[in-house]
Write a protein that binds this ligand. Structure first.
Ligand code: PXG
Length: 289
């Protein structure tokens, strides 16, 4: 495996950055998770755009243009001869001293691209559906650390993941500070009720997922009415279908939430139809390499 760091490729064991990098010391940096299917990078432009938006928001200057970044992703995939891949794009604040002040990061931001394979949940759950729970850790407040910023500081999500795992579950619903459903630890959440599709609005404390947007577009084109609307736990419990979306997770059905069976307790019809259409989309759309 060859890892890209600032324009050069290194073997996995040799791919290293400084212990003084503020990405390591403070989680001061941004990242993206991207997928490639059959030598097509899915939604590359959207991921690069979101990376630069996250960086802009935290005043991190990425030392290359968006076009160069997209080219570097493609080049890394070519170098690694991968047909299908999960791509992790990381940009750190760079090397500084042991204080928080980002002005002390005098070197360049480190741009790292890693390509690998990933299966987020055991395969059987994609067929039979996941059981999830709501956890006590609420999603970061938008006015404190906006979940729209895909920063290297993912402790908020990791704490929720730990709570789920401690309780014997693979995934967790995180609420926002008002108690509405925000999202899961690394996925957006959708409900189906009376053939309508619902997902929390992106301004309420969840990430505007690129898979989420792709699913909304597929649904609109398939004449499924969509609503970006606040969602309560009660609405999740009484939904006909539930599923999660994310680049790593793709689309995974949910069949039980906090002990309540969702619909008939198996992946629903609309969920399965959306999964099929999403798979078709990933096979025909993307940047070829
Ligand atoms: N919400 C959050 C908090 C995320 O981190 C998504 C939603 C889905 O967004 P996209 O754009 O991918 O549809 C994400 C992204 C993991 C993991 O190991 C998950 C993400 C990123 C990194 C790791 O679960 N998901």
């Amino acid at each position: 495996m060859k890892v890209y760091i600032n324009g050069k490729f290194y073997e996995k064991n040799e791919a290293k950055i400084s212990v003084f990098d503020h990405g390591l010391l403070y989680g001061d940096g941004v990242f993206e998770g991207i997928r490639a299917y059959g030598r097509l990078v899915f939604k590359l432009k959207e991921h690069v755009e979101r990376l630069y938006e996250s960086a802009h928001s935290i005043m991190l200057k990425i030392p290359m243009s968006k076009d160069e970044m997209a080219k570097a992703v493609v080049q890394t995939l070519k170098t690694n001869h991968l047909n299908d891949a999960y791509i992790r794009l990381v940009v750190t604040r760079g090397e500084g001293d042991l204080g928080l002040d980002p002005r002390k990061c005098i070197g360049h931001a480190a741009v790292i691209i890693i390509t690998d394979r990933i299966t987020l949940y055991p395969e059987k759950f994609y067929k039979q559906g996941l059981e999830i729970i709501t956890v006590p850790t609420v999603r970061n407040l938008p006015e404190a650390l906006n979940p729209q910023i895909k920063s290297l500081n993912y402790l908020n999500n990791i704490l929720a993941k730990i709570e789920a795992v401690n309780s014997g579950y693979n995934e967790a619903i995180m609420l926002d500070s008002l108690g509405y459903v925000a999202e899961c630890t690394g996925d957006n959440i959708f409900l189906v009720k009376r053939k309508h599709l619902y997902t929390p609005p992106q301004c309420m404390g969840s990430l505007r997922g690129i898979t989420r947007d792709a699913v909304l577009e597929i649904a609109r084109k398939s004449d499924v009415p969509v609503h970006e609307h606040v969602v309560t736990r009660h609405e999740v419990y009484i939904s006909d279908e539930c599923f999660l979306t994310g680049t790593a997770a793709e689309i995974i059905p949910v069949v039980k939430v906090d002990g309540r069976v969702i619909g008939e307790g198996r992946p629903g019809k609309i969920t399965l139809a959306l999964i099929k259409k999403f798979k078709e989309l990933t096979k025909r759309e993307g940047v070829r390499y």
